[in-house]
Each structure stands twice: as C-alpha cells, then as structure tokens.
Design a protein around this ligand. Structure first.
Ligand SMILES: NC(=O)c1ccc[n+]([C@@H]2O[C@H](COP(=O)([O-])OP(=O)(O)OC[C@H]3O[C@@H](n4cnc5c(N)ncnc54)[C@H](O)[C@@H]3O)[C@@H](O)[C@H]2O)c1
Length: 258
C-alpha cells in the first residue's frame, strides 16, 4: 500500500519541518525525491539522510518565488530521472498581524512565497506532466486551517493559504481529464522550526508559556507533529488516492470542528 516505486517527486521546502518528513517518507516508499529548498545546506542534509538509508534523492537549490529557478530545477530533475510525477508545494512562510498591522512589504513577501511559489511550481510541473509519456501526475499543496477559518492576526498568512485552497480546486478541475490530480492538506499548528521561529520572534522572553498555550489551543491538547502530516501527503500522492482530487484534507487536532 502507498508505494511510490518508479516515481519522481519534487518536495519544495524539504529542508525542514513538514517538507523534510514528507521527503523522508516518500523516499522510504520508493520514490526518487528531489529535495528542493532555498536553503541548500538544509536540503543537502535531508538528501544525505535519504541516501544514507539507501534510498534515492537529488538536491535542488530552488527559490519558489523565482520562475527561472523553478524552471531550471524541474529541468534538472527531468534530466536526471526522466520525468516528474509528484509535486508537493510545501515551501511557505508565515507572519503574525491583522490587516492594519501588515505592511505592503510583508503582504508582498507572503504572497511571493506562498502564492506565487505554488503558481510557479505548479506551472512548470504541470507543463512537464502534460508533456511526458505516460502523461499525468499528482500535486499536493500544503495549505493551512488559516485558509479555511479566521485565525486571529493571520491576515496575510490566511489570505495566502485561502489562495492555495482555491488554486488546488482550479487545478484539480482544469486538468481532471489529463490525468493530473491536485489536493491540499490543511494542517493546524504543527511543531516545526516554523513554530519555533514564531515563538522566538513574537514571544521572546515567554517562549515556554506561549508554547504551552499553543499546545492547549488545539482541542486535542497538543500541537501536531510533522510525521503526522507526511502520511496524508503520501496517501494523496499514491495511486490508492486515484479517486481523490480537489479535496481539502484537514489535520488539526479538532481545531476547525469546535
Ligand atoms: N508548522 C505549522 O504549524 C503549519 C501549519 C499549517 C501549515 N503549515 C505550512 O506547512 C508548510 C511547511 O511548514 P513548516 O512548519 O514545515 O515550515 P519550516 O519553516 O520548518 O520549513 C519551511 C521550509 O521552506 C523553505 N523555504 C522558505 N522560502 C522558500 C523559498 N522561497 N523557496 C524554497 N524554499 C523555501 C525554508 O528554507 C524551510 O526549509 C508551509 O507551507 C506552512 O505554511 C505549517
């Protein structure tokens, strides 16, 4: 079940957190994984973990905000492994702020990584998936519950993740007859370096109290873990999910059910 043998996957932002866990799991399930990240040493270290376990990985220094970087990255993947079957649009950044606390520069920065990044990678990957033989592939976007419901003072972040949900639905419908599926995962709060950075940037001096509050904010009583998100990405990328497209899959410890 859920094997990815013979498939090549690009995971963006795979040098850390959720993306790292997805890259490790996909490789363990038989995929050749292109570990894409703007932070090349981080990508290299994840690729080393994969190859150290006897699985296949490529390292890709990729900036998802830059279409030329994404195009070059996908060309390198195809040259080395012959095709691209799975794209995980995971690279993303966050910030805290209401609308009036969000500067135009902050808004543009989040849009450029979280929205343009998904657009660029999907554009290049879908063109490749349509060209290759056999045609097709699958895309998994990492959105967020912040795109589904209002999370306090996440104006820009929620905006971008709402766009990711919408891009998921459009992409799923527009390529449904061409063998391309597209789904998204909406995680609640997951304990990764992303949350660590948030704690130190916005709550320096009260990191542990705030961490405890973040755990308590989830109805289930704790934050999620990256290894609890990766198996859903694996399922969505696998042939077992052949009937699943355009879906928003929520993993949030009950947050949106409350
Ligand atoms: N951690 C959470 O609570 C949480 C919740 C919901 C959704 N998400 C989403 O999950 C995804 C992964 O989050 P994480 O918590 O693992 O984050 P993380 O900060 O641990 O990792 C993100 C990775 O993306 C890379 N990256 C940033 N900008 C990039 C760019 N321009 N090009 C290529 N790579 C870039 C970073 O170098 C980093 O390695 C993000 O899209 C995030 O919005 C996270």
């Amino acid at each position: 079940m859920f094997r990815l043998d013979g498939k090549t996957a690009l995971v963006t932002g795979a040098g850390s957190g959720i993306g790292r866990e997805i890259a490790l799991l996909f490789a363990a399930q038989g995929a050749t994984v292109a570990v894409g990240d703007i932070d090349e040493p981080a990508a290299q270290s994840v690729a080393d973990e994969i190859t150290g376990a006897g699985d296949a990985a490529l390292v890709l220094r990729i900036d998802v905000t830059d279409l030329a970087s994404v195009t070059g990255g996908v060309e390198a993947i195809v040259a080395q492994s012959g095709g691209l079957h799975i794209l995980v649009n995971n690279a993303g950044i966050g910030m805290v702020g209401s609308l009036t606390e969000t500067s135009p520069e902050d808004f543009a920065r989040l849009m450029s990584v979280n929205v343009y990044g998904v657009y660029h990678c999907s554009l290049v990957a879908i063109n490749q998936m349509l060209d290759q033989d056999p045609r097709g592939g699958t895309i998994v976007n990492i959105a967020s519950v912040a795109g589904q419901v209002a999370v306090a003072r996440r104006f820009a972040y929620g905006t971008t993740k709402g766009a990711v949900i919408s891009m998921t639905q459009s992409t799923a419908m527009d390529y449904i007859d061409q063998g391309i599926r597209c789904n998204c995962i909406c995680p609640g709060t997951v304990e990764t370096p992303f949350v660590e950075a948030y704690l130190h940037r916005y709550h320096a001096g009260e990191v542990e109290e705030t961490r405890a509050q973040l755990h308590a904010r989830q109805p289930i009583g704790r934050m999620g873990r990256p290894e609890e998100i990766a198996p859903l990405a694996l399922y969505l990328a696998s042939d077992e999910a052949a009937y699943v497209t355009g879906a928003q899959m929520t993993i949030d410890g009950g947050l949106t059910a409350r």
